[in-house]
Ligand binder design. Structure first.
Ligand SMILES: *Cc1c(COP(=O)(O)O)cnc(C)c1O
Length: 310
């Protein structure tokens, strides 16, 4: 998962040996084990059922709850169906059921695999804990039926959850990204392989190798894509992860640009347009300059930092 050019069916998997080691050595300091499916920061890469079960088993062996950040649970299930041994003849619903069977709870952003425009939820198997959470919700936002989420949004989520597991939809969605990644690859643009579920990730550090990591090749590429073609992407790299708590800075492990695809919005010609913009950029990529940060908040700077060209 740390080498973008390497193909692997489940790059979102957790390193179970490292997890077991951490839990043995410092389990007392761990409140829960949380797994994100698919792995957003790592390229929208899926997690196998075997790995989900393995992580849950380690958490439970240490008496800790196992949680899933399930934002892209349907895409993850689709990849399991395509790629994991013995899953090919099973329905997406069955795979989703298996995925969450081993979890004690989940968080969800409904903007992702629930087709809604807003909202999300925390789900818990522990009724007493759920009761506490609902009480806290009433104090902070309102009843579960009208608080952060209006009834209209709850209805939209319910409908979205029934539609998101449709295999024709999932096939089209994942194929669109794979198509763009294949064409970029043919153009010589280094992409995260295989293509992710919700996005195409470009290895900006590799493609713009004349820009050092601390001059933010990922953000420079994101800006160039916007200037050239109005394509709005997002750096996942040194801007996002490079600042240390003490204010110093070092290169992140990778400098990627994420082109996240809205669900049910784009057609084939949009996909081709993205490739054409890259064709234009490829002609002048060596002239793309790095950036410096002129203003940044102390935390989570990637959301609000301001930049100037070098
Ligand atoms: C979007 C996202 C979140 C945050 O959800 P919001 O609804 O934007 O607050 C958390 N985890 C993952 C994996 C996400 O993709």
């Amino acid at each position: 998962g740390k080498i973008p050019s390497l193909d692997h069916p489940f790059k979102g998997n957790m390193d179970l040996d490292a997890l077991a080691k951490l839990m043995s050595e410092r389990g007392d300091a761990v409140p829960c084990v949380m797994m994100t499916i698919t792995n957003n920061a790592g390229g929208g890469q899926p997690v196998s059922l075997a790995n989900i079960r393995g992580a849950a088993e380690i958490a439970h062996a240490h008496g800790k709850p196992f949680f899933i950040d399930g934002c892209r649970f349907a895409e993850n299930a689709w990849f399991i169906k395509l790629r994991e041994d013995g899953q090919q003849d099973r329905s997406i619903k069955e795979i989703v059921r298996d995925t969450f069977d081993v979890a004690d709870g989940m968080t969800m952003s409904a903007k992702k695999d629930a087709f809604a425009n807003i909202g999300g939820w925390l789900a818990l198997n522990d009724d007493a804990l759920a009761e506490q959470a609902r009480t806290r919700l009433i104090q902070t936002e309102g009843f579960p039926t009208y608080g952060g989420l209006a009834g209209r949004d709850l209805d939209a989520i319910a409908q979205g959850l029934t539609e998101i597991v449709d295999e024709d939809y999932l096939r089209y969605r994942v194929r669109t990204n794979a198509y763009i990644a294949e064409r970029l690859d043919a153009l010589g643009v280094p992409v995260m392989k295989p293509a992710g579920g919700h996005a195409v990730f470009i290895d900006a550090r590799e493609w713009l190798s004349h820009i050092p990591p601390l001059e933010y090749p990922g953000h420079a590429l994101a800006c160039a894509l916007y200037e050239e073609g109005g394509i709005r992407g997002c750096e996942i790299g040194t801007v996002m992860f490079g600042r240390k708590p003490d204010g110093t800075e070092e290169p992140a492990r990778m400098d990627l640009v994420r082109l996240a695809m809205p669900r049910r919005v784009y057609t084939q010609s949009h996909a081709d347009y993205i490739v054409e913009v890259f064709e234009e950029l490829a002609k002048r990529k060596d002239d793309i300059r790095g950036l410096k940060i002129v203003k940044e908040p102390p935390m989570m700077r990637h959301f609000t930092a301001e930049f100037a060209p070098l």
